[in-house]
Design a protein. Structure first.
Length: 320
């Protein structure tokens, strides 16, 4: 398998677990196609053609795509956050004889960093699937999405990309596609186990190897709103959709019958909002949750003969 084929496989694996209806994912791709077909020659030259097959703005091949179409994928270094230091680390490992065919980031960088808040649109469908009317969900999400887009404007998004370019190492990232995997995995896990209390939720998480490994460095799942004996009611996982949603969503979720939200992390303002809405919050942990989603894609790669060198917070656990 070529490096670019491995990238495509990662995105398509994540698409298969997208929390939205398949028709909604198809609509996103169809809209990109219509925009491209109607563009003049000058605009087509600047058009992000990955949008024609990849529905996630926060997943992009940032450097070396053409070379990656010809390069064999045997061993790739994957980290949660990739900066100039990790690019230099990959180059140093190469100098020491370790094969690194490409660097893979989880969190967006390069062109995927600039527009990644646009994937927050999928959160409206996620809340709608829990019973929030879609018009309410979209109206609550819109100001938060706009805020996230404004906050990203001053970021030096190509810093690590430029380092990879200077050292000649292909670089891409897989964000929402991997987050979809952990969203699906934990949602099905909680549905099958049927936790009664928040303590049960923590116990279910702690049975997974990523969370057990994280606990060794004192990063355990934590109950942030509610208590160990609090009954959880209907549980919603919030693991994908770019970044944290709006605090105003908890009142809408409560009205829809959601009792507990399990997320990787929450902003400080969410805790008071959740308490006021009587919705429990459980923080699963950022690094182990990201690692779980990434590992499910790494397992697919592993079955195709690709080795992954974990770095920068990735807890590699194979389920093969």
């Amino acid at each position: 398998m070529k490096v670019y084929e491995a990238y495509e496989l990662a995105i398509k694996t994540g698409m298969s677990k997208d929390p939205r209806p398949e028709s909604e994912v198809r609509r996103v791709l169809d809209e990109a196609r219509r925009e491209y077909d109607s563009a003049d020659e000058g605009e087509r030259e600047l058009f992000d053609r990955e949008r024609l097959w990849n529905p996630y703005h926060d997943c992009r091949f940032s450097y070396g795509a053409e070379e990656a179409r010809e390069a064999e994928a045997e061993s790739m270094m994957w980290g949660i956050d990739i900066g100039t230091g990790e690019v230099l680390l990959a180059d140093r490992l190469r100098e020491k004889g370790r094969r690194i065919d490409a660097i893979v980031a989880h969190h967006p960088l390069g062109s995927s960093r600039v527009l990644f808040p646009q994937v927050m649109d999928m959160q409206a469908d996620m809340y709608h699937s829990e019973g929030v009317p879609i018009n309410v969900s979209e109206a609550i999400m819109r100001p938060r999405t706009d805020e996230a887009l404004r906050n990203i404007m001053g970021v030096n998004h190509n810093q690590a990309v430029d380092a990879a370019r200077l050292l000649g190492i292909p670089l891409f990232n897989v964000h929402s596609a991997a987050d979809n995997m952990v969203q699906d995995y934990l949602t099905r896990l909680f549905e099958s186990r049927g936790p009664r209390t928040l303590g049960d939720i923590v116990d279910i998480l702690m049975a997974e190897p990523e969370y057990r490994e994280a606990a060794k460095s004192n990063a355990r799942p934590k109950i942030m709103v509610g208590s160990k004996g609090s009954r959880c009611g209907r549980v919603m996982c919030k693991m994908t959709g770019g970044t944290s949603g709006p605090k105003e969503m908890y009142e809408a979720l409560c009205r829809a019958g959601v009792g507990t939200v399990v997320g990787m992390h929450f902003p400080e303002s969410h805790y008071d909002a959740a308490r006021e809405a009587h919705v429990n919050l459980v923080v699963s942990g950022h690094m182990p949750s990201d690692s779980l989603g990434i590992n499910l894609i790494c397992d697919v790669w592993e079955r195709n003969g690709i080795d992954v060198v974990p770095c920068s917070g990735l807890i590699r656990c194979s389920r093969n």
